[in-house]
Design a protein around this ligand. Structure first.
Ligand code: BEZ
Ligand code: FE
Length: 295
């Protein structure tokens, strides 16, 4: 018997037999990953003791999930999102020094080629929704402004829909924009207050959420990717703390440090300066970027 052969498969020695068979793997990392997955998976199967029907149902769930994936839809990422795995991988890969802004999930609605806009531009191109101004600074962990930082923002509209979900209804690049800071590290732009929305829930993941007694909603948020030379790229959101789903985000993306104050402002003079017609929302939020971390 070769050293990697541990005898015939039994319920008791299943893990050793399967892991032993991979002894000559060409890739050490792959070998380690498969060993861990084998251990955890066999442990789960031994605890669950599925019937043949239940196991087939699980296989069909994964098969159907795969069939839903195409150029625009990635049902496996959604599955990873609702199981908390996306946020766990994000946390492991984005451990930040104290004081740096925290990251959260990217989500499927980022568009790579959004237009670069002058500071102060209104990213709402269809005049729909409640006016909002957002401003703040992009800082390093010592509180110094970062010049030439690039802020890429995207958000859903007042009905909870992104432009890419309503092609031909919303203008292209509605509620998206790229801004570049000057020496003072400040940014500001105008938008509309976003609304909560469901993650795509017409597939296997939506059905799973329903069967688990869970809703598919994400609380209202704005997405950001912040980049600056010499700093780690930050992918994050800011959230409305008064949103009805703030404590039950379907994808676990909310962090306390990402709650922003959405203030209702009734000030005619400021509204006129901002070219708003009446009251508006104001959000002030500073982002702090970290230097690259040793791993
Ligand atoms: C989003 O916020 O755009 C999002 C994140 C995860 C899954 C679906 C949508
Ligand atoms: Fe989103």
């Amino acid at each position: 018997m070769d050293t990697h052969e541990k005898g015939f498969f039994t319920e008791e020695n299943s893990v050793e037999v399967v892991i032993g068979r991979n002894a000559n793997a060409r890739d050490e990392r792959l070998k380690e990953v498969i060993a861990v997955i084998t251990r955890k998976l066999h442990e789960a199967v031994k605890e669950i003791e599925p019937t043949q029907e239940e196991w087939f149902k699980a296989i069909m769930f994964l098969t159907d999930t795969g069939h839903l994936c195409n150029e625009w839809r990635q049902e496996f990422i959604l599955l990873s999102d609702v199981l908390g795995v996306s946020m766990l991988v994000d946390a492991i890969n984005n451990r930040k020094p104290s004081g740096a802004s925290e990251s959260t999930v990217l989500g499927p609605f980022h568009v790579a080629d959004a237009p670069e806009l002058p500071m102060g531009a209104n990213i709402c191109l269809d005049q729909k929704g409640e006016d909002m101004v957002i401003h703040g600074r992009i800082l390093d962990t010592e509180g110094r402004p970062i010049a030439n930082a690039v802020l890429d923002v995207w958000q859903a509209n007042d009905e909870g829909l992104y432009d890419v979900q309503q092609k031909g209804i919303q203008p292209d690049f509605n509620l998206r924009g790229v801004f570049r800071t000057g020496e003072d590290g400040r940014y500001w732009f105008r938008a509309v207050k976003p609304k909560f929305y469901p993650i795509p829930d017409d597939g296997t993941v939506g059905k799973l959420l329903g069967d688990l007694g869970r809703h598919p909603y994400r609380p209202a948020h704005l997405h950001f990717i912040l980049k600056a030379d010499g700093f780690e790229t930050l992918t994050t959101h800011i959230f409305d703390p008064h949103d009805p789903y703030i404590n039950s985000d379907a994808v676990f993306g909310v962090k306390e440090s990402l709650l922003a104050d959405f203030r209702r402002v009734d000030d005619q003079n400021r509204a006129r300066e901002l070219e708003f017609s009446g009251w508006f929302w104001e959000v002030e939020y500073d982002f702090v970027l970290a230097r690259p971390q040793p791993r």
